[in-house]
Design a protein around this ligand. Structure first.
Ligand SMILES: C[S@@+](CC[C@H](N)C(=O)[O-])C[C@H]1O[C@@H](n2cnc3c(N)ncnc32)[C@H](O)[C@@H]1O
Length: 378
């Protein structure tokens, strides 16, 4: 069983991962969260009422432990926000102690402290550092926390470029903090995000916010999926599950103009990109766009086709557990004759996982790297 009690200078808190899993093996915070909390405990005084912004908290450990300071918390993750709410409630802390912002609309205030948990995607950090410029004063203390392995040279360079001179903490339990001093003369370039590229073999322009999977160009697995998407009038209700920028649903819609598309992703930036890309390309068809956790909220036996290029990470953790949940939920949400189409790297062995939930699992097509699998209950 993982540790669920976070003991830090600010107090003792119960912090769980979300969504809850039966045999959860992973902890909801890491040594970098503990280090950051210990570091700021000496600097934050409630009597001074410091304004605190937290960026990219994983499951709410930072927000819960610092709730006395009424922090603003910015995240691109629906799951992180849901976890933060759950963990506040679990610790009997009023939900409104924390102001949650999604990554698309940032708070307007100036902050005394900006505490950043290093994100997996560098582009997301870059976008945030550019967009947080108006929240800085020359006295703002900007601290990045991360496991040493996640603090690449590019993270340091970005901090220097967009904030100012940096200073490292010593490493503790393989975690480190980066202190950045806000420079008066910093010159911040125009934000390059969203980035756009023409989608090959189509007339579409695809634009991606910074935190999108493969935001610079079409992913090779996605390309293989696009080449083999099905065409049939029987597909009336279709989900693009983990839609990213929505290219999979977009091309499916082109091949099946009578299908009603539902785009879902847990990233606010992904759903915003998918919506903009679809609306710009397809003006005649209605589609739904939902920021959410997999298929939670979808009716049982309601969909004809679910298309999924599953995620293999949650925050900085690698694992197939999200894919498994997506498969399990798909089985419930599909009509009895519905189909789940999955693309994956050969080595991920999705066909084995799919057999836990579906009676028929067939490899439709494969190449040296990828397989496309159809799972049904017929
Ligand atoms: C491998 S990417 C695929 C993106 C896009 N469909 C493509 O093929 O280019 C997986 C996507 O799943 C999303 N995701 C991760 N966890 C999720 C969850 N619990 N619910 C919904 N989407 C999730 C990620 O944000 C990411 O956009």
């Amino acid at each position: 069983m993982p540790e669920t009690t976070l003991q830090v200078t600010q107090g003792c808190f119960q912090i769980l991962r979300f969504p809850s899993a039966k045999n959860e093996k992973l902890q909801a915070w890491d040594a970098a969260d503990e280090y950051l909390l210990q570091d700021v405990a000496e600097k934050l005084d409630v009597n001074d009422q410091p304004s605190v912004l937290i960026l990219n908290d994983s499951f709410g450990a930072l927000a819960v432990a610092l709730s006395a300071y009424k922090p603003s918390v910015v995240s691109d993750s629906f799951i992180s926000q849901a976890a933060t709410r759950k963990n506040l409630a679990l610790n009997h802390i009023a939900i409104d102690s924390v102001s949650l912002f999604d990554s698309l609309v940032l708070p307007q205030d100036k902050f005394d402290f900006i505490l950043i948990k290093a994100p997996k995607t560098l582009a997301f950090l870059e976008d945030m550092l550019i967009r947080l410029q108006d929240n800085l004063t020359l006295n703002t203390q900007v601290i990045v926390a991360g496991m040493v392995k996640n603090l690449s040279a590019s993270v340091w360079q970005m901090m220097v470029r967009y904030i100012g001179a940096t200073r490292p903490s010593k490493a503790v339990k393989k975690a480190r903090l980066i202190y950045a001093q806000v420079a008066k003369d910093r010159i911040v370039p125009v934000n390059p995000y969203p980035v756009c590229y023409p989608l090959e073999n189509s007339r579409y322009q695809i634009c991606n916010h910074a935190n999108i999977f493969s935001h610079k160009s079409l992913d090779i697995g996605t390309r293989f999926f696009l080449e083999h998407l099905p065409q049939d009038d029987k597909y009336q209700q279709v989900v693009d599950l983990g839609c990213g920028n929505g290219v999979v649903g977009l091309i499916l819609s082109e091949k099946n103009p009578n299908a009603q598309l539902h785009f879902v992703d847990e990233s606010f930036m992904a759903v915003a990109s998918a919506k903009a890309n679809f609306k710009q390309a397809v003006t005649t068809i209605n589609a739904s766009f939902q920021v959410g956790d997999a298929l939670t909220g979808f009716d049982d036996k309601s969909m004809d086709l679910i298309l999924c290029n599953p995620p293999f990470h949650q925050q900085n953790t690698i694992g197939g557990h999200i894919a498994l949940r997506m498969f399990e939920q798909s089985q419930k949400v599909l009509k009895p004759d519905g189909e789940l189409w999955v693309i994956g790297n050969r080595h991920l062995g999705y066909h084995v996982s799919l057999k836990k939930f579906f009676s028929k699992v067939e490899v439709l097509v494969s190449n040296a790297k990828f397989v496309i699998i159809k799972a049904t209950n017929l």
